[in-house]
Ligand binder design. Structure first.
Ligand code: TYD
Length: 209
């Protein structure tokens, strides 16, 4: 990936990923880096259409179809936006990446996790982040935070608490399996405390290059 740095943020809905990603982006820009801030699903024009199909279209989406649509979004995202930025030696920060599919479709939808991961790995030709920040929070607290925003829940956010508990547990297993790539933070900590830890870790990643 040339000399770029790839960072993803993960966690169930309502843990505060975008707030932390915003603060990290600001910090890195102030340090003189070129940062591409993006998200899944919907980080590209094609992706926005896929996002709409996944989250706002009326009616059911079969679990395997759902998994493939997220993977299709990701394939285009990596090919047209993420990889080119990394090749220009920029820093890419994405709000969600393939661990979301393993956790949500693999555990939440009860598909085979290893298979879901394989589909995404194929879609992105093996590209993994150097750092994945997992914000960990229990499903009930995350649901309370989501309700406070006053926004209408999308198709995924309408899932039951058990869905999000399974998703959360899968995330923790993924992090335990790849401690080098993951930084797991307790999302009950303050915004500043979490951001401090993220900055310390990314500084190490950048220094090691
Ligand atoms: P997100 O953009 O984080 O939601 P919001 O805009 O409400 O903050 O993600 C949309 C939803 O898609 C979220 O519920 C998680 C889900 N998702 C998956 O189920 N699998 C995936 O691979 C990805 C990337 C997201």
């Amino acid at each position: 990936m040339a000399n770029g740095t790839f960072i993803s943020f993960e966690g169930i809905d309502g843990v505060g990923k975008s707030t932390q990603a915003d603060l990290l982006e600001q910090f890195l820009i102030e340090a003189g880096h070129v940062v591409v801030r993006t998200l899944e699903p919907g980080g590209t024009e094609l992706g926005k259409e896929i996002r709409h199909l996944l989250l706002h279209r009326k009616g059911e989406v079969a679990p395997r179809s759902e998994a493939l649509l997220y993977a299709a979004d990701r394939a285009h995202h990596v090919a047209t936006k993420i990889r080119p930025a990394l090749e220009r030696s920029e820093i890419v920060i994405t709000d969600r990446y393939l661990d979301s599919s393993v956790a949500y479709q693999g555990a939440g939808r009860e598909l085979e996790r290893a298979e879901v991961r394989e589909i995404s790995i194929w879609a992105v030709e093996g590209l993994l982040p150097q750092l994945t920040v997992l914000l960990d929070l229990d499903a009930a607290t995350a649901a309370t935070r989501r309700n406070k925003t006053g926004e209408a829940p999308d198709r995924l956010e309408r899932e039951k608490i058990e869905f999000f508990e399974a998703t959360r547990a899968a995330y923790l297993e993924l992090a335990a399996a790849e401690p080098e790539r993951f930084l797991v933070l307790d999302a009950r900590e303050s915004i500043d405390e979490m951001q401090q830890k993220i900055r310390e870790r990314i500084t190490k990643v950048l220094d090691s290059k």
